[in-house]
Design a protein around this ligand. Sequence first.
Ligand SMILES: Nc1ncnc2c1ncn2[C@@H]1O[C@H](COP(=O)(O)OP(=O)(O)O)[C@@H](O)[C@H]1O
Ligand SMILES: CC(=O)N[C@@H](CCC(=O)OP(=O)(O)O)C(=O)O
Length: 261
Amino acid sequence: MKVIVIKCGGSILNSLSEDFYISIQSLKESGFYPVFVHGGGPDINETLDLYNIEPEFKDGLRKTTHEVMHIVELVLSGKTNRTFVNLLETRGLKALGLNGSDCSILQADFVDRESLGQVGKVISVNKNLLESVLEIGCTPVITPIASGPDGQKLNVNADMAAGAVANALNAEMCVFITDVDGVLKDGKLLKELTVQEALKLIEEGTVYGGMKPKVETALTVLSQGANRVMIASGKNKFYEQDSFIGTAFTEQEIYMKGAAK
Ligand SMILES: Nc1ncnc2c1ncn2[C@@H]1O[C@H](COP(=O)(O)OP(=O)(O)O)[C@@H](O)[C@H]1O
Ligand SMILES: CC(=O)N[C@@H](CCC(=O)OP(=O)(O)O)C(=O)O
């Protein structure tokens, strides 16, 4: 089964283009089985604002108190997942919304309980459940909330959750859909990046904020065996005639040319 994990960031979820859905259709016609993981950072911030809670981040991860966790779940599971599943359904996909914390779909450990509170890093994925969903012709749409060591809910960065799902499913491909064309430098799209080049962009500060966990996760997914890892835009087509459009990550310089194909 040729699985493609598609992470849709909160930056673009509410304004995904028709071209995005056309790309999904083309992927399906090429024999890919999509598995979606969604973000929703901006939706969470908006709701925290209603409760007069100031969002706090450390290295791109949201500091998640018990109270914040409650709102994260309310928003991601109750609103964002529901809206996205419906959007996919209206485009003809049999989408099945899944809370990562149900049935051990995502199991996680604390990242740093002292400084970040209820933030998790995924340690295992219920691969059998996800494969069963695919086998019956449904498309999983996963909310990045995991169950923690004592059954408590943990908030997982959606890029990292997608990376863990891609690795667990031995995905052929992992794509991070966001609100920019890919990794940019001086406003220009970098179509291909080797591991070394990507690390340098982080180090020199060209890649910052929400792009940092995305690039770091892209490198992890690549090192764990996925054939292709991309960052692409949800504003345009990201897949057409067997080619991907965006930033492609490659392990070695030698594979650079034509790696986005
Ligand atoms: N080098 C870079 N190239 C492109 N975007 C970058 C770069 N560095 C930082 N960014 C920022 O990262 C954002 C995408 O991350 P984020 O807002 O977390 O998106 P998402 O919600 O899709 O995960 C871009 O909109 C841009 O502001
Ligand atoms: C721990 C952590 O930071 N979790 C993220 C989960 C959502 C997410 O990652 O959404 P985007 O993809 O839109 O950024 C958060 O609370 O914002």
